[in-house]
Ligand binder design. Structure first.
Ligand code: HEC
Length: 169
């Protein structure tokens, strides 16, 4: 099974260039495969881990952002900003093991009640590595995430020059 999975990801890797384009986010109706190249694969991706093995992993965050855009954004909103169709995952998922558990449960079961699919399940359709990558990205944009020091650096100048007193009426 490993071999099959691996060759699938090779094919996916060659298609990987299309990943990351938000423009398609609302058009996708079926779960999309994810390019996980550059990420250390799990020993057995068919066995679910309880916690995210890629938490804080930069490559995983990058993969996860694109994979989210392809698979989740049409319901949960572009870049995680929910338009109200589905929960805003920046707010509803706690950081760490607690959020990992909710996340895993949803990936395995989706949200299906009385025969109605509110959210499809992704387990078995998207590799576990790719799903945990989405979780890594979600943690990075969580309302509880610590501020990113390095990334702020380039914006500092900008804010300073914009630092003029506000008009008061
Ligand atoms: C077809 C629309 C749809 C897609 C696609 C979708 N979701 Fe959802 N998701 C929902 C809805 C609707 C809910 C709320 C379900 C409920 O009412 O139980 C939900 C709930 C969740 C929850 C639980 C949140 C909470 O606060 O309880 C998580 C986690 C989640 N989704 C993650 C994802 C991820 C990750 C993806 C992409 C891999 C995804 N979803 C794709 C519609 C979707």
């Amino acid at each position: 099974m490993q071999i099959v999975k691996r060759s699938v990801s090779v094919v996916v890797a060659t298609l990987g260039l299309v990943v990351g384009v938000n423009a398609f986010a609302h058009g996708d109706v079926t779960p999309q495969a994810i390019d996980i190249s550059g990420l250390e694969p799990l020993k057995d991706s068919t066995v679910w881990l309880d916690t995210n093995p890629y938490s804080g992993n930069e490559r995983a965050i990058e993969i996860g952002h694109a994979a989210y855009a392809q698979n989740c954004a049409r319901c949960h909103g572009i870049d995680g900003v929910s338009g109200g169709i589905a929960p805003d995952l920046r707010e509803t998922l706690p950081l760490g093991a607690e959020g990992d558990e909710f996340f895993k449960e949803r990936m395995i079961n989706g949200a299906i009640r009385n025969g109605v699919t509110y959210m499809p399940k992704f387990d078995g359709i998207v590799a576990q590595e790719g799903l945990w990558s989405i979780r890594s990205w979600l943690e990075s944009v969580s309302v509880d995430a610590p501020p990113k020091e390095e990334k702020k650096e380039d914006k500092k100048e900008e804010t300073k020059s914009e630092d003029k007193p506000e008009d008061k009426k």
